[in-house]
Design a protein around this ligand. Sequence first.
Ligand code: TTP
Ligand code: MG
Length: 388
Amino acid sequence: MARCIFHIDLDAFFASVEQALNPELSGKPVIVGGDPERRGVVASASYEARPFGIHAGMPLSKARRLCPQAIFIQAGFSRYREPSHKFMEILSDFSPCIEPLGLDEAYLDVTGYQEPYGSPQELALAIKERIYKELKLTASIGIATCKVVAKIASDLCKPDGLLEITPGEECHFLNPLPVAKLPGVGKKTEQVLKEMAIATIGELASLPLDIVKKRFGKFGMVIHGYANGIDDRKVEAPGESKSINKQNTFAQDTLEQHFLEASLHYLCEQVSAELRYRDKQARSVTLKLRYADFKTITRQVTLKEASNVSQVIFAAALQLLSKVLAQKEKPIRLIGIKVSNLSGKEKQLHMFNTETEKLGHLDRAIDEIRKRYGSTAIKKGKDILSLS
Ligand code: TTP
Ligand code: MG
């Protein structure tokens, strides 16, 4: 029996939460990032800002030039936690087989659960309606027989969209799309494929597997499968997933140490926030680096005690990065962080009266000050470098 998988992604999540919290912002271009006068990038732009060419990752200074009338707000992660929790709760009312990805997106395997609604589309509409009613947020939903097609579908129907790719239609849907629509294919891979005269997913799909494998290794086999609409990955319930990964591919290969460190810091904040969200702690921290020639290395360290404190995870990751940079001077195209060897809350008992616990208190104190006096009231050094 064909699977029925939903990929659900909230539209302009951070910006939409700001609009839901402050009705004066609704219908206006809202850009969430940091202070536009300083270095930093756009984290989320409301759909009213997008016709001006604003997108995530763009320098805030450029966003200000393109859309001076936009309202700029600095990201306040504590404001996004509750809507994110509620979003996941709503989804899990529709199927127990849910795999959250970050704060605002999830896969939902609804195979067998769509019958009472009449069709997958009816079920998707019911989900969208509840999200809007309870959170004043819109979601876009892609429906397909596998994860990769569902994800591309939700991306294409944004905002407030719904797109179903029926079984057997996968290749017909994928073929004309640009290769960059495939998850994992960034600017560099796109360029290499272009040099091989491959621009669309259909062209990649019809390349002999051997050629793709030779050029891109294991990663090539994966994207070749995706291009053919083949993706057997299961929707994994959170309890089953044994690690949390975040990675970032750079627009340009780099060896700039401060930039790499700032990127790493941002990724560590994200994984540790997700650990806290899931009430988990990690014992292992793995750094992943992909070089300009696609060679990928990983380096792992085991922490003395399991932790979900961002500074602890960052310190471990930074040590790994420094070691690698000291050995090899080769431009880097991707940096990633994985935390694994996860344990539940009970392990927190070991943290009493340790330096780690103090840092955990510091995280919470900063959250509290930001909640009361605004997100610009206090900043950590690395955040200034990476976000504002
Ligand atoms: P996305 O779902 O990628 O973006 P989005 O929800 O803002 O917009 P879209 O409608 O295209 O889905 O990311 C979810 C949130 O994660 C986003 O609102 C802000 C945060 N984020 C960052 O902090 N930095 C980033 O570089 C990106 C891409 C997202
Ligand atoms: Mg989103």
